[in-house]
Design a protein around this ligand. Structure first.
Ligand SMILES: Nc1ncnc2c1ncn2[C@@H]1O[C@H](COP(=O)(O)OP(=O)(O)OP(=O)(O)O)[C@@H](O)[C@H]1O
Ligand SMILES: [Mg+2]
Length: 223
């Protein structure tokens, strides 16, 4: 075997080992990228489909499977993001965590955070004694290949929060970085209650999926 072929072979085996390691320790990898404990077990397999969510679940699964890397077939296209919105308990965060799982299993560079958590983390960086600067955290969330932003719209909308979110979404949009956003608010409501620019950017960059149907939390408990 020539030296180039053996180098290629070594790289293939190295990648195989890496993917096996991730698969064997998927829970700790999901935790590392920010998925909350409650959602560590969420996958497409354990998402129960109903007439309300079937189409959205299929789109989310296809979205994750088509993106085998930051340069995957559809990564660098406009509208390469998803906006999942609708009423509570309809499985938005479950599906966002399932997307995170699939992307991680392919060793993608990915972060998962709630919007209030993201703002808190950046705000903490203002405090003296904080190890990383505000800029460091903003850059971290702007530059990762994939970002999942859970629960946009529940944060207190101060001018600072608006600007910070606008900056991160602007950066991601202009660098064609895929982003998955979940919210209880529609894009019109985001424009009205949070910021028109954020809503407009999301409309341009994301495929919009509306979630409706019963609240799974109370529904399951009562069965
Ligand atoms: N179709 C489903 N199959 C299995 N589990 C589900 C399904 N829908 C929701 N769940 C579970 O129900 C709980 C609530 O769902 P989830 O947190 O995803 O709702 P949500 O739409 O994000 O709600 P909110 O708007 O309040 O954030 C989670 O534990 C989730 O795993
Ligand atoms: Mg949620």
């Amino acid at each position: 075997m020539c030296s180039r072929c053996s180098e290629e072979q070594r790289e293939i085996e190295e990648r195989k080992r890496k993917l096996e390691e991730i698969g064997n320790n998927i829970g700790s990898h999901l935790k590392r990228i920010g998925v909350p404990p409650k959602y560590l077990g969420c996958s497409f397999e354990n998402f129960k489909t109903t007439r309300f969510n079937q189409k959205n679940a299929k789109i989310c699964k296809e979205y994750a499977l088509r993106r085998v890397g930051p340069n995957g077939p559809e990564a660098a296209r406009p509208a390469n993001s998803l906006f999942l919105y609708g009423s509570y308990g309809t499985g938005k965060t479950h599906l966002a965590a399932a997307i995170a799982r699939e992307l991680l299993l392919q060793d993608n560079d990915l972060l998962f955070t709630s919007v209030p958590g993201l703002l808190l983390e950046i705000r903490r960086a203002f405090h003296s004694g904080a190890t990383d600067s505000e800029e460091f955290h903003c850059r971290k969330y702007s530059s990762c290949d994939f970002l999942i932003l859970d629960d946009l719209g529940v944060e207190k909308t101060t001018e600072w929060a608006r600007q910070t979110l606008d900056y991160i979404i602007y950066q991601r949009d202009s660098h064609l970085k895929p982003t998955v956003v979940t919210s209880n608010l529609s894009l019109d409501e985001i424009a009205e209650k949070i910021d028109g620019r954020i809503s407009s950017r999301l409309a341009g960059m994301a495929r919009v999926l509306h979630f409706e149907g019963p609240d799974y939390r109370t529904n399951e408990r009562s069965q």
